[in-house]
Write a protein that binds this ligand. Structure first.
Ligand code: HEM
Ligand code: SF4
Length: 458
C-alpha cells in the first residue's frame, strides 16, 4: 500500500486546520450557505435530508486493517454505528454532526486517510479492479498507476473547478471489473507488439440519466505520456464543457456534441503543448510508486487441499460459497475471497462497526492485513490460503458475511436514495430489500444466472 511521506502528512494537517476554521466561521454565521458550499464539498460533505453526509476516500479501494478499524471507531463515536461502502470504493457516513467533522478528519489523518476531492467538481477517487495485483489474468497491476493519477489529481490547481465532477477508472485485467467504459476517462492497460506498456484511452462514458459507453480516442498511449495526456483531455473539457446547465455539464455531453473523433483531435492538438514536458513520467518515478505495491510474504503451497474438497462435496452451502465468492489467485494455494455485503435485510454496502472490526481481524489473520472495497459495494480478502477457506467461511457465517450471492441478481448495487439523499425522488433501499426477499434462494438465483442490478433513487 502507498505510505504517506512528510509532505502528504503536512498537506493533510494544513487542510484540517483550514476546514476547522471554515466550519467555525460557518457555524458562527460569518460564512453564508453559498460560501460554505464549495468548501464543504471539497471535503466530502453533502447536506442531505437529515444530516450532513460525509464521504471518506479509499484510494482505488485499498484499505489496511488499521484504517478499517479507524472507520469502525468513527462510525461508533460520531455516527450511528455503521458505514456505507459506495460504488466509488469509498465509505460514506450518514449521520455525522457538522461541528464534529474536523475532529473526524483529524482522526482519519492519523491513519493516512481523508475526504479530499470525494465530492465537488474535481477529479474524484480513481477506481480500479478489486483483484489488481493478485488476479491470474492481469496485464499489469493497476494500483501504482492509480497512485500516480491520485498524486497528479490531488489539489491539481487547474482542475479544481471543472464544469462537473470527473471520474477516472483504470483496468489492468483481461476481464474488466472496474466498469471502465462508463467513466469520464477509462484507461485500459495494454501492451503493443513490442511488449511496451501503454494505455488504451476512452472518454465520455457515464451513467446517470444519460448512460453512455465511453469511446476510444487513442488505441495506444505510451506510459511515459499518461499525465500529459490526461492534462490535455481535462484542459479541453475545462475550456469547452458546458457550465450553463448542470445536467449537460459532464464530459460525455461534450464528447457527444463534438463527436469522439473531433474531441480526440482537439486533445491531440492540446497534447502537443505538454508532451515531453515536465509531466512526462520517468522510469524512476514509476518504480518509486511500484515499490509501495510489492508482494506480501507468500508461502510455497500446493494448489489442492483435500479437506476443502471433502467439505465442498458434503456441505452444499460451503460449495455454493466456493462457487460464487471464491476466485482463482495468481499464486498456487491462494484464493481471492469476496465478502458479499448483500445479506437479505441489510442495506447493500452497509457494515456495522462490529462487523468492520470483525472483518479487520479476519484480514489480519488470513490476508496480510489488507483488504479491498469493490465498486459493487462488497469487500475482498485478496490473499487467503486455500487451506484456510473452511475456517474463514465459518467465521464469516457468524456475521452474515458469507452470503453466496456475488454476481447474482441479489448482489444489488444501490445508492442511499430517498432515505438520505435530498435529490432522490424514490427510495432505493426498500426496493432493493423487497427484491432481495423475493429472490432469496440460491437455486432460484442460479436459474436466473449472472445478473447485475443497479438501483438509483433519482
Ligand atoms: C445529475 C445529477 C445526478 C445524477 C443523475 C446522479 C446519478 C448517479 C448514479 C447513476 C450513481 C451510481 C448509482 C449506482 O449505480 O449505484 C450515482 C452515485 C452517487 N451519487 Fe450521484 N447523481 C447525481 C448527482 C449527485 C449529487 C448532487 C449527489 C449528492 C448530493 C450525489 C450523490 C451520489 C452518491 C452518494 C452516490 C454513490 C452512491 C453509492 O455508491 O452508494 N449524486 N449518482
Ligand atoms: S438518489 Fe440519485 S443523487 Fe441521490 S444518492 Fe441516489 S443516485 Fe445519487
Amino acid at each position: 500500500m502507498y505510505k504517506y511521506d512528510q509532505y502528504d502528512h503536512q498537506m493533510l494537517q494544513d487542510r484540517i486546520a483550514q476546514f476547522r476554521d471554515q466550519t467555525r466561521r460557518f457555524l458562527a454565521g460569518e460564512l453564508s450557505d453559498a460560501q460554505f458550499l464549495p468548501l464543504r464539498l471539497q471535503n466530502g460533505l453533502y447536506i442531505q435530508r437529515y444530516a450532513p453526509m460525509f464521504r471518506i476516500a479509499i484510494p482505488y479501494g485499498c484499505l489496511s486493517t488499521r484504517q478499517l478499524r479507524r472507520l469502525a471507531r468513527l462510525a461508533r463515536d460520531y455516527d450511528k454505528g455503521y458505514g456505507h461502502f459506495s460504488t466509488r470504493q469509498n465509505m460514506q457516513m450518514n449521520w455525522p454532526k457538522l461541528e464534529q467533522v474536523p475532529d473526524m478528519l483529524a482522526e482519519l489523518a492519523e491513519v493516512e486517510m481523508h475526504s479530499i476531492q470525494t465530492s465537488g467538481n474535481c477529479v474524484r477517487n480513481t477506481t480500479t479492479d478489486q483483484f489488481a495485483g493478485v488476479s491470474p489474468h492481469e496485464v499489469e497491476d493497476s494500483r501504482p498507476w492509480c497512485e500516480i493519477i491520485r498524486q497528479w489529481s490531488t489539489f491539481h490547481p487547474e482542475f479544481s473547478h471543472l464544469p462537473r465532477k470527473f471520474k477516472i477508472a483504470v483496468c489492468g485485467t483481461e476481464h474488466d471489473q472496474a466498469a471502465t467504459q462508463v467513466h469520464d476517462i477509462g484507461l485500459y492497460i495494454v501492451k503493443d507488439e513490442q511488449g511496451e506498456l501503454g494505455f488504451k484511452v476512452l472518454v465520455g462514458g457515464g451513467l446517470g440519466r444519460t448512460p453512455v459507453i465511453g469511446q476510444v480516442i487513442r488505441e495506444f498511449l505510451p506510459w511515459q505520456h499518461l499525465l500529459s495526456y490526461l492534462d490535455a483531455i481535462l484542459r479541453i473539457y475545462n475550456q469547452e464543457g458546458r457550465r450553463d446547465n448542470k445536467f449537460k455539464a459532464r464530459i460525455k455531453i461534450l464528447v457527444k456534441e463534438l463527436g469522439a473523433q473531433r474531441f480526440g483531435e482537439k486533445v491531440e492538438a492540446e497534447w502537443l503543448y505538454g508532451k515531453d514536458g515536465p509531466a512526462t513520467l520517468t522510469q524512476a518515478e514509476v518504480d518509486r510508486c511500484k515499490s509501495f505495491f510489492t508482494e506480501p510474504a507468500y508461502e510455497t503451497l500446493d494448489d489442492h487441499d483435500a479437506a476443502v474438497a471433502t467439505l465442498s462435496s458434503s456441505d452444499l452451502l460451503f460449495a455454493h460459497w466456493l462457487e460464487r465468492n471464491v476466485e482463482a489467485h495468481k499464486r498456487p494455494g491462494y484464493r481471492i475471497v469476496t465478502l458479499c455485503l448483500k445479506a437479505t435485510g441489510s442495506a447493500p454496502g452497509d457494515l456495522s462497526s462490529e462487523q468492520m472490526e470483525f472483518v479487520a481481524d479476519l484480514a489480519d489473520r488470513y490476508s496480510f492485513n489488507e483488504l479491498r472495497v469493490t465498486h459493487e459495494q462488497n469487500l475482498v480478502l485478496t490473499d487467503v490460503r486455500l487451506k484456510d477457506l473452511p475456517e474463514l467461511y465459518r467465521a464469516l457465517q457468524t456475521q452474515l458475511l458469507a452470503t453466496p450471492y456475488t454476481g447474482f441478481l441479489n448482489d444489488i448495487i444501490a445508492c442511499p436514495g430517498g432515505d438520505y439523499c435530498s435529490l432522490a425522488n424514490a427510495k432505493s433501499l426498500p426496493v432493493a430489500e423487497a427484491i432481495q426477499r423475493r429472490f432469496d434462494s440460491f437455486e432460484r438465483l442460479q436459474e436466473i444466472g449472472d445478473m447485475t442490478l443497479n438501483i438509483s433513487g433519482c
